[in-house]
Design a protein around this ligand. Structure first.
Ligand code: BGC
Length: 729
């Protein structure tokens, strides 16, 4: 390559509609690389995103459509606690990537749910790095089994949307290594993603995309990563620093950046060897792409098969939060009245680059009808008329996303339909059960807020829950709530009023069918929370520091809670959540027993844990076994418990049993010592706790470690440059 070719190759060719107009055959792809035909180097195409491939569904002058499958959001997938399900979703997504002519999917995303208000949490899996890492690895393995690439993002500590492109994340090395980098480390090790996308934010004063500590020292030297790194779109501010840090490719790219890189080499500011190194990183991936291999894509992925995968995954991810005296499942001879706008305007997923242009979204009302339920037609018609009427008004018209039609639709929120007392009274007489649907949406570009209608119920929703419950209970009938949401909302103030709560998440395009599968009992719910539902927002460890200071326009966010994120905080500081990490009910019941740990009482270098699960109820179902460890405080203090392994049974018939086994190695048990730059295993007594949630521990066993051990030394990196207070026990 000539110097000019090199400088162009490490910079993308721009993004349609955003200051560039590259001729992308795949309309709606967001990025592309520079081709050098004389060297046989083709142009590559990149497209989003976590819930499915995001491309434009129609093309000018064509009748053929290019719809992609909208799968459940990542938070829902994580709630399956089933890596096989997630891998199947990845396999289907990757097939669409390949058949629609794209080379790399800009997903999965695995930032940590540091705070429930992050507007993009729906794209992310969990508050726990083990879950995030295992789910991302499963997704990458599924996607890449097609011979296309996955991109793990946003590396790293990109846990809010407020001022995301400039915010400085101040965080300890220990919290980085144990919480914010850990999932990426697992995904790199277990799935070898073709690409990593660096994040927008700064980490301890330096842009992630310009941090050699992050992209060279940690990612390549400590972890041995051998794919390439791209920036997030328009991220960072210094192309030369990006090159030096080993952020190999700048996206979406412009000619000013490539010119600057070229002149910097000419002036001696940038060593050409740095460019060569980065180019090699990219080329090693490029030669594996469908484009390089001249794959003839069909433009006809099997959408019908993928819809089945999406529906199955959606049902698997649903979490039964409450079911007093079993109002669910609902038998088909029971007549249902549905309340809530979201029964019709069901939310498939969040907005922004994580949206998917799906051919349809099955609403909850349609899903229940097609499953054979009789719905209260009078009430349904009232909702339909109300919504149609409002949507015809200018302020509520559904428009293309403000970022352009490729980014899905902007659906202005409409107020919950008010219910009159008479209406509720007659509905409660005319049906056997009331089902209330509560919906929420959020997306890229903004965080959620602790206000009515967002984190809190709106007045109309609160009235709906109170009045519907009172009327139905007066008739001796039950009320269930379906939560069609992308992240936690406040539940503690109203949950006692209703009999059942099903957390359906944002389940993708098959939403209504999957809800019906669980409501009818065709699928016995087996999802578990991978993110805590706090009792109140102020109980969140980062409630005071999110989204940073100064409050009106944050420039810095300090992670004072340190390693105590999510359940690590709740369990260590005895803060009771509304629904804890790992929690989820079933229509049947399980026992977890016969905990056995290998190697007797002393740890050598491996630990085998096994536990028996027995279905003790009357229906077939699946159970998740969660293996937590309580480690002794030593030089380093430890959270009360940490998830170290998990597994899910196959479908067990009543009284059927299954033995689940887990292998842990020394590194799995370590903590990060900042002074030693090492993963250390400290001496003392460790307790293995197996259970059905972080609070529902069924059996425990102990083992001891005789002396402190340095299990793995790493390079010094990413130290904070300012003093700050860190939460300690
Ligand atoms: C998002 C990325 C996405 C990219 C391209 C950015 O705004 O943060 O997640 O992949 O846009 O659409």
């Amino acid at each position: 390559m000539t110097l000019e070719e090199k400088a162009k190759f490490v910079v993308g060719v721009g993004m349609p509609g955003f200051g560039g107009n590259p001729p992308f055959e795949v309309v709606g792809a967001v990025g592309g690389t520079y081709g050098i035909p004389r060297l046989g180097i083709p142009e590559l195409r990149f497209a989003d995103g976590p819930a499915g491939l995001r491309i434009r569904p129609t093309r000018p002058g064509q009748t053929q459509t290019y719809y992609a499958t909208a799968f459940p959001i990542a938070t829902s997938l994580a709630s399956t606690w089933d890596t096989a399900t997630v891998e199947a979703v990845g396999k289907a997504q990757g097939n669409e990537v390949k058949e629609y002519g794209v080379d790399m999917l800009l997903a999965p995303a695995l930032n940590i749910h540091r705070n429930p208000l992050n507007g993009r949490n729906f794209e992310y899996y969990s508050e726990d790095p083990l879950i995030a890492g295992k789910m991302a690895a499963a997704m990458v393995n599924g996607v890449q089994s097609n011979g296309v690439g996955a991109t793990i993002k946003h590396f790293a500590a990109n846990n809010q949307e407020t001022n995301r492109m400039s915010i400085d994340t101040v965080v300890s090395e220990r919290a980085l290594r144990e919480i914010y980098l850990k999932g990426f480390e697992i995904a790199v090790e277990e799935s070898h993603p073709w690409a990593v996308m660096s994040s927008y934010n700064k980490i301890n004063g330096i842009y992630a995309s310009q941090s050699a500590d992050l992209l060279t020292t940690v990612l390549r030297k400590d972890w041995g990563y051998n794919g390439f790194v791209m920036t997030d779109w328009f991220g960072g501010n210094d192309p030369v620093e990006q090159m030096k840090a080993q952020n190999d490719m700048i996206m979406p790219g412009n000619t000013t950046q490539s010119s600057l890189i070229k002149t910097s080499v000419e002036s001696g500011k940038l060593d050409e060897k740095v460019l060569d190194r980065n180019i090699k990183n990219i080329l090693q991936v490029l030669i594996q792409t469908p484009e390089f291999k001249k794959y003839q894509n069909s433009d006809k992925p099997d959408l019908a098969a993928h819809a089945i995968t999406a529906r199955k995954a959606a049902a698997e991810g649903m979490v039964l939060l409450k079911n007093d005296k079993m109002p669910l499942p609902i038998s088909k001879d029971q007549k249902i009245t549905l309340f809530g706008n979201t029964q019709i305007e069901t939310v498939k997923g969040g907005t922004g680059s994580g949206d998917v242009n799906a051919a349809y979204t099955t609403s909850i009302s349609d899903g229940l009808k097609s499953a054979g339920y009789e719905l209260n037609q009078t009430e349904f018609d009232k909702y339909k008329t109300y919504i149609d009427d409002l949507r015809s008004q200018d302020q509520y018209k559904i428009k293309p996303s403000s970022w352009g039609e490729d980014f899905g639709k902007f659906i202005p929120a409409i107020p919950e339909k008010p219910l009159t007392d008479n209406e509720i009274a007659s509905a409660s007489k005319d049906s056997d059960i009331g089902v209330i649907v509560i919906g929420r949406n959020s997306g890229e570009g903004a965080d959620r807020k602790v206000v009515k209608g967002d984190y809190l119920l709106s007045d109309a929703e609160e009235a709906m829950i109170s009045k519907v419950s009172a009327e139905y209970h007066k008739q001796g009938k039950k009320v269930a709530v379906i939560l069609n949401i992308g992240g936690p909302i406040e539940v503690a103030s109203w949950r006692d009023k209703v009999d059942s709560i099903l957390l359906a998440w944002q389940p993708g395009q098959e939403a209504g069918y999957a809800v019906a599968d669980v409501i009818s009992g065709k699928v016995n719910p087996s999802g578990k929370l991978a993110t805590t539902f706090p009792e109140k927002y102020s109980d969140v460890a980062s409630a005071n520091s999110f989204p940073g200071t100064p409050v009106d326009n944050p420039t810095q966010v300090v992670y004072n809670e340190d390693i105590y994120v999510g359940y690590r905080y709740n369990t260590t500081f005895n803060v009771k959540p509304a629904y804890e990490f790992g929690y989820g009910l079933s229509y049947t019941s399980f026992d977890i027993n016969h905990l056995n740990i290998s190697e007797g009482k002393k740890f050598k270098d491996k630990l085998k844990v096994s536990a028996m699960v027995e279905n003790t109820g009357d229906l077939a179902g699946r159970e998740v076994v969660q293996v937590y460890i309580s480690s002794p405080d030593g030089k380093l203090e430890k959270p009360a418990i940490e998830l170290k392994a998990f597994g899910k049974t196959k479908e067990l018939k009543p009284h059927q049993r299954e033995l689940l086994q887990f292998d842990l190695n020394a590194k799995d048990l370590t903590s990060f010592d900042e002074e030693k730059n090492a993963w250390v295993l400290e001496k003392g007594t460790y307790t293995v706790k197996v259970g059905a949630s972080s609070e529902d521990i069924k059996e425990t066993a102990t083992f001891t470690v005789d002396q402190d051990m340095i299990v793995e030394k790493v390079n010094e990196a990413l130290a904070p440059k300012v003093e700050f207070e860190r939460l300690t026990k």
